[in-house]
Structures are given as C-alpha cells and as structure tokens.
Design a binder for this molecule. Structure first.
Ligand code: AMP
Length: 419
C-alpha cells in the first residue's frame, strides 16, 4: 500500500531542524520582551472579510492565494495568509486600546498562501510577527527596526541588507498616481497584464513587478519619494536620523513597495545577498489606517513579519556547550537486570536527568553502539552480578575512564553530574 504524503507546499520540520527553530523562537521572545513586547496567540482561521478588508482586494494574496472555503454554516472562512490583520482584529475585539496607549504584541506560527511552491516558498510557512499599535512617532519606526536588526544580529546571520522606503500617505499618492499615469501613457500595451491591472487598482505596485520588460519601462519612472508631502517627508527624515544614532547600515530603496495594500509611510525589508530569488527574510512597515479600516478608532500601527523558513535556512547551527545527547545510557547485561535499569532510568528522568536505555533485550554490543550514536556522556552497565553486589561501573565515554559506584548512591551521583 502506498504511503500518504504531505500536501504539496506543506512541509514537515524534523529534528534537529526543530531545535534550531526553538532556539530562534526563544531568542526572539527574549529580545522582544526586553523591548516591551508581549505575546499574543490568534486563531489560524478567520472570516474571509477580515483579509479582504485588511490586506486589500487588489493584492496578489487576496486575489489568488488565499485558502478560502465555505464551512458547514455557510460562512466564508480563510486560513490566515498573514498575522497583522488577525492581531488587529483581536486588538479591536478586546478593546486593548482602552487599557493602554501603546500596545506592543508579537506572535509566531503558520501562515497559508497558495503560491507556486519552490525553494524558500511554501504554501504553509511560518512567520514571527511583531506589531506596535498606538504611536505614530518616527522614533517608534526606528525602535522597531532596531529591535529587528538586533535580533537578526544575535542569530549571527551573514550578509544582511536592510532597505527602507516611505510610501507616503493619502495626501502624497494622488499626485504621484497622476505622474505615473502620464509617464506610462502610450506604453501601457508593453506592460504585462498584471501591471496593466495594477495601473488601475494600485499603480504603486507596478514597481513590484518581476518581469524584466516592465522593469526596463519603469527604470526612468517618477518615484513616490519626490511626491512626499511635508509631514511624510519630515517623518521619513526623522526615522533615518533616529536610526543613525545606532551602528546600523541601511539603504534607501525608493522602488521597494511591498505586496500588501495597507502600508503608509515607512516600509522596510531585509534581504540576504546569497539567497537566490527568494531572498527577502523580513518585510514590514507602518499602517496608519488599517485599524480604522477594520472598524476601529484612528490608531496608527507599525509591524514586521519574519519568514521563519528563510530565517532558519540562514541561521548557523546554534552553539551549545552541552552535548545534544543524554547524560547517561544504561546498558543491561541479561534480562534480570531490566527492571532495575527501567526503574532507575525513569526515576532519573522524573528528576530531570536525560537518560536512555534500550527496550527489547538487544546484545550489549548493540546497546553500546546506540550509546555512542546518541553521544551519551556516561554509560552504566548493569548486570545480574552488579545488582547482586550493589555496585556498577560508570564509564565516562569522552574521557574513556570508569569509576565504580555503589548502586544505592547512583541517583545522587548522576544528579550531581548533571549540575
Ligand atoms: P509578507 O508577509 O509577504 O510581507 O512576507 C514577509 C516574509 O515572510 C517574507 O520576507 C518571507 O521571508 C516570508 N514569506 C512570505 N511568503 C512566503 C512563502 N510563501 N513561503 C515562505 N516564506 C514566505
């Protein structure tokens, strides 16, 4: 009978990769908490309208990538393609804005987008997401970016590029929209069908096109940065001068527009040079109208999403001093020693010591082989004679030394070694 495989684009994360994931999550949690963030957990499934209204009808995500279905109660539901809309939904539903003026939240977990799977791009992928709701001050933008870069540095990721841009606001965009329309007048036919559609729905997004001929046409196009209104310009300058207080390099990229409609003003991306086509690790930005668009009060926000799979692929193996294996492997010689070994093994585990043993009466040689494979620090050989004499040999596998210990003292001795 054939085995059942995972769904295309959905991937298992196996050990030891899971250990790296846990290390990344713990590092994020530590650093984000230092910067005042608290964890929120939101459902994987939301009403479809949340994403239609939140992310924007004209985005690739909403147009063609969402896992949407009608459930048995005739309600249209969607597996979340990103976390920001859900976090804001929860922020509004629980009126968190009534209890605090600044809300800093982080979350992590799976997201779902029906994209074409390839290396670094999956249909279920994971993100670490951080959001600050409340202040619209440029220092907030700088602080969030600083925290992000500090986190990535802590993971010792090589060759990172931070790019920032400002997407302006409702004041700056209409004149820019007019300028880009007049620049492209007569050339619309040469653009790809996606870009022709974007010209109508959201002209900013033409800069996001990966088609070479579109990029060539757009190379001399007007840029939004030249249309920023004075408050947006001032905000962006202040973000940069606040970042300049720290030892942080970044590049201004006036063509970076991001794939979600809700962004206003500061946007940023982190890419890694050597990572081929799917080289964006983090995307984020300010969204000053999203809370209002989702039915809430006029509250600003800014956030980022880190792609977990891409981050894990770039993160060097965490350095740990301790061996990954157990502290002790108990090998048994003869079936009569099994019960004593089984009792000792599980008693020590309940006291917090990592101990392994074999079940199933394998030869001493194959038990020792397994102890080696697991990289156990110590092995204890228990046989009928050892139990009768109440003594056994504890072998240090690394130093290749052994000591005789009394069986009555074995628990304390091993617990002492653990310290
Ligand atoms: P976005 O939510 O589109 O701004 O994406 C933020 C980050 O999530 C990207 O920079 C990627 O690292 C990651 N990401 C987005 N889509 C995928 C995907 N389909 N597979 C893997 N990672 C993804």
């Amino acid at each position: 009978m054939e085995i059942i495989t995972a769904v295309r684009g959905f991937k298992d994360v196996l050990p030891p990769e899971t250990e790296k994931w846990r290390y990344i999550e713990e590092t994020a949690r530590d650093i984000f908490q230092t910067f005042g963030f608290r964890e929120i957990r939101v459902p994987l499934l939301e009403k479809t309208t949340l994403f239609q209204r939140g992310i924007g009808e004209s985005t690739d995500i909403v147009e063609k990538e969402m896992y949407t279905f009608v459930d048995r109660g005739d309600e249209s539901l969607t597996l979340r393609p990103e976390a920001t809309a859900s976090v804001i939904r929860a922020y509004l539903e629980h009126a968190l804005y009534n209890t605090e003026t600044v809300t800093k939240l982080f979350t992590s977990g799976p997201m779902f987008r029906r994209e074409r799977p390839q290396k670094g791009r999956y249909r279920q992928f994971h993100q670490i997401d951080a959001e600050i709701l409340g202040p619209d001050d440029p220092h907030t933008d700088a602080e969030l970016i600083l925290m992000l870069m500090h986190f990535l540095k802590k993971l010792e990721l090589p060759h990172l590029n931070l790019e920032i841009n400002s997407l302006g606001c409702d004041q700056c965009r209409p004149p820019f929209r007019a300028a880009i329309h007049s620049f492209l007048r007569g050339q619309e036919e040469k653009l790809c069908s996606d870009c022709r559609r974007r010209l109508v729905t959201n002209p900013l997004r033409v800069f996001d096109c990966k088609v070479e001929s579109c990029a060539a046409i757009l190379s001399g196009a007007p840029l939004l940065q030249d249309f920023l209104c004075p408050p947006c310009r001032e905000h962006f300058v202040k973000v940069q001068s606040s970042l300049d207080l720290f030892d942080l390099s970044y590049r201004l990229n006036p063509k970076m527009v991001r794939g979600l409609d809700y962004y206003t003003r500061t946007t940023f991306e982190v890419t890694q040079e050597s990572h081929g086509a799917q080289n964006a690790v983090v995307g984020g930005g300010r969204y000053d109208h999203l809370v209002r668009d989702l039915g809430g009060p006029d509250i600003s926000g800014i956030g980022f999403a880190i792609g977990f799979e891409r981050l894990a692929a770039m993160t060097p193996k965490p350095k740990t001093d301790a061996s990954d294996g157990p502290l002790l492997f108990i090998a048994i010689l003869g079936d009569s020693a099994f019960d004593e070994a089984f009792r000792l093994c599980n008693t020590l585990r309940m006291k917090g010591v990592r101990v392994e043993m074999d079940h199933g009466g394998r030869s001493l040689k194959s038990q020792m082989k397994r102890a080696d494979k697991l990289q156990s620090v110590y092995t204890l050989i228990l046989g009928e004679r050892e139990i009768a004499e109440k003594k056994a040999l504890l072998r240090n596998m690394r130093a290749s030394t052994q000591t005789e210990i009394h069986l009555d003292q074995i628990e304390e001795t091993i617990i002492e070694l653990e310290r």
